[in-house]
Design a protein around this ligand. Sequence first.
Ligand SMILES: NC(=O)c1ccc[n+]([C@@H]2O[C@H](COP(=O)([O-])OP(=O)(O)OC[C@H]3O[C@@H](n4cnc5c(N)ncnc54)[C@H](OP(=O)(O)O)[C@@H]3O)[C@@H](O)[C@H]2O)c1
Length: 209
Amino acid sequence: MKIAIVGPGKLGSTLGRLWVGKGHDVTVTFSRDPAKLVTIASEIGARSAPVKEAVSGAEVVVLTTKWAAVADALAQAGSFSGKVVLDCTNTMSPRKTADGKPELRSCAEVLAEMAPGAKVVKTFNQAFQQILAADSRLFDGQKPTMFHCGDDAAAKLVAAQLIEETDFEAVDAGPLENARLIEAYAVLVIRLGHTLGLGTDVAMKLMRR
Ligand SMILES: NC(=O)c1ccc[n+]([C@@H]2O[C@H](COP(=O)([O-])OP(=O)(O)OC[C@H]3O[C@@H](n4cnc5c(N)ncnc54)[C@H](OP(=O)(O)O)[C@@H]3O)[C@@H](O)[C@H]2O)c1
């Protein structure tokens, strides 16, 4: 697949490296320091390009920048119509609507409105990048869970493949509206790791029987 990683920082560059290892054609884009993109690209075996070029050439766009920078990234990108967009962002800050009211929708739903025609899937926001960057994702031989949700069935299949290729178990968590739950769940994971002392070498698992 042709994948554009928008914001190849800690999470994005780690995902990019894993997908390059699976044979995908990865392009990194969107930095305040374009020279950094060239370095990151060569470190992970990807290419670098300006945002518009990277997005227009991609089948899958992976948004791994800070939520506060998303509007800027979108403004540089041009059309997302028809693209699968994996929204990996989280924000801990309360958000407001254009008319100043509390924003109750998830970042992913707001993103879908900001990027008309994009097939937005929320995922990869709920696990520490340290797990993705580790030698293995497995805990006692078991894959941790990565939920994904969205309104386009084909886009969710693409997301599930990319999740499985990182050695997480992909679990379909329903429509994009459920990103509200996945984003809240991510905050719990972050608090467990960073505030409540569990550290970042932890991941969640859906048990079945
Ligand atoms: N780290 C994790 O464990 C983790 C896990 C799940 C989800 N997430 C989410 O993934 C997103 C990225 O997290 P991260 O930890 O990878 O952050 P990060 O290392 O700071 O990466 C942010 C990326 O966005 C780029 N960027 C471009 N313009 C920017 C701007 N105006 N402000 C900030 N960054 C800008 C940065 O490039 P330059 O610095 O070169 O400008 C960098 O490549 C966040 O939304 C985070 O909540 C992170």
